[in-house]
Ligand binder design. Sequence first.
Ligand code: ZN
Length: 137
Amino acid sequence: MLNNKSNMIIKVESDKTDQVIDITSQISDVVKNSKIGKGICYVYVPHTTAAVTINENADPDVKEDFLKGLGEIVPDNIPYKHSEGNSPAHIKASMIGAGEMIIVEDDQLLLGVWQGIYFCEFDGPRQRKVYVKVLEG
Ligand code: ZN
């Protein structure tokens, strides 16, 4: 299935319940190694309590505030029904989303100066996977 030059599975290990992990360099490596030149890079998180987003990677406080804000929007202390007890994580994962698409030019991700690709853990610590597909075009 995955794992050739244009299709890769990246492993991510979280060590907190809620955590933002910068995966930009791993995704950039997949894009470089694919040697497609121009195209699209699709990043997909195959989990129901994790997500992926693109945001500022310069100030580390942004990651903290991002999680703090989400925690205010989706509180832990309301009577959810889901027996697994991780409903806030499911809700946050759907709010942020499972995929991101980035334009590729000259084997490089066309990200803005301040942008990074974040894996978002909402039910860690866990071993996670991220699927990356690079399409020429
Ligand atoms: Zn659950």
